[in-house]
Design a protein around this ligand. Structure first.
Ligand code: EPS
Length: 400
């Protein structure tokens, strides 16, 4: 199984990701990871920090001569900004409390609950780790998994469907490959008619000292049928995907397929009718297709072979330049929440992070179903499964 962990504070020396369970023999180079890190840094509405950083991954372990070893893959991303924060973030004991203390917690951030729970005097001890900077490490880990899934034909992309209350009408069907089109837009939106409104909304929020949230859609295509399982609650792929997405900072909702709208439909209008399919694409689906994909590619906690479609809602960033009411942790007196340098919105980046979350979860589920110590072994298992699907329809009348 593939698992990962991250470490690192926002203004500490570096971020680290460790990915375990990737089979040996997967071609992997730093540029596979750097390309994703670069995508995460972009988007209209990002703050000054993204001008300081130039996120790059260094492999510390697990990769040799351009291929994985099957051992844990450790990746390091330096924080360039650390130079300006050396004294604040130093590990050594200090005579004085470090500068840049935060004692007026921001509503919406981890500041208050974390400071109380971990019994700290300075909320910086919390916010440095709670910062969405950590998602750079997740994107690096996700890039490794994306590379593995690409070996099995899976394409993962995303686009922004709403930002700051402006809703897009994305083209149907979505472009292939999705990111080649979405990455051309500064807000990663596929509806040119509203793109300018989104940018204007971000600029207005910035002028007002405010922040904005939104919704992104993540799509994984060319997924094989039957990944995940119905047999136990914690093997259901929809639950695992939702958990991975909900754990992204500021995410407050996840929908699979039509999601909440399915609750208002009759069964006859909600489910995706089954038909036979032919051709190369039907090899992954056992020779079946659906007339619609309202289920978002998941039934019974397993992939159907239709595209995985999930939507992720992000609340507005909690650091406000015109802050909300708070209480000072030292004096107990009412005070305005503290302001820190931040983004106006990170919704365009959310898509990239959500893609990484999908890649990590799906790669884990692929490793579970097709597991092998080497890529060649995993591929043999995959090919054997596809051959098994093929055999099922050996005696059927052809449809084309
Ligand atoms: C982020 C880095 C952070 C913030 C943002 C995401 O850098 P700094 O705090 O130095 O400006 O821009 O983090 C938050 C929005 C947050 O609430 O912590 C990044 O690399 O994505």
């Amino acid at each position: 199984m593939i698992r990962f962990t991250t470490a690192g504070e926002s203004h500490g020396r570096a971020l680290v990701a460790i990915v375990e369970g990737v089979p040996a023999g997967l071609p992997l180079v730093a540029s596979d990871v750097d390309a994703e890190l670069e995508r995460r840094m972009k988007g209209h509405g990002r703050g000054a920090r993204m001008k300081i950083e130039a996120d790059r991954a260094q492999f510390l372990s697990g990769v040799r001569a351009g291929a994985t070893l099957g051992s844990p893959i450790a990746l390091l991303i330096e924080n360039r900004d650390f130079e300006h924060w050396r004294d604040v973030m130093a590990a050594e004991p200090a005579a004085e409390p470090p500068r840049r203390r935060l004692t007026r917690p921001r509503p919406g951030h981890a500041d208050l609950a974390g400071t109380l729970k971990y019994d700290r005097a300075d909320a910086r001890d919390i916010l440095e780790r709670a910062s969405a900077r950590e998602t750079a490490a997740r994107v690096a880990a996700g890039a490794v998994c994306r590379r593995l899934l690409a070996e099995f034909g899976v394409e993962i992309g995303s686009h922004v469907v709403a930002l700051g209350g402006v809703t897009a009408r994305p083209p149907q069907p979505l472009p292939v490959p999705l990111n080649a089109a979405a990455d051309r837009s500064s807000v990663r939106c596929l509806d040119p008619a509203v793109e300018r409104d989104m940018v204007a909304r971000i600029d207005a929020a910035k002028d007002a000292g405010d922040s904005l949230g939104g919704i992104v859609e993540v799509v994984a295509r060319q997924v094989v049928v039957g990944v995940g399982s119905h047999v136990s609650w914690d093997r259901r792929l929809d639950g695992r995907l939702a958990a991975a997405l909900m754990s992204i900072p500021a995410v407050k909702g996840v929908e699979v397929g039509l999601g909440f709208a399915l609750g208002g439909l009759a069964g006859s209008a909600a489910h995706d009718e089954i038909v036979r399919a032919a051709g190369a694409a039907a090899v992954r689906t056992g020779g079946f297709a659906r007339k619609s994909n309202r289920a978002g590619g998941l039934e019974g906690g397993m992939t159907t072979g239709e595209p995985l479609v999930l939507r992720v809602a992000m609340k507005p960033i909690s650091t406000l330049m015109r802050p909300l009411q708070s209480v000072d942790l030292e004096s107990g007196k009412p005070a305005q929440a503290q302001s820190e340098r931040s983004d106006v919105t990170a919704v365009p980046a959310l898509g990239v992070i959500a893609e990484a979350a999908i890649a990590l979860t799906l790669a884990d589920a692929y490793a579970e179903k097709f597991g092998g110590d080497s890529l060649a072994e995993m591929r043999r298992n995959f090919d054997g499964y596809v051959a098994q699907l093929e055999r099922r329809r050996a005696g059927w009348e052809p449809i084309d």
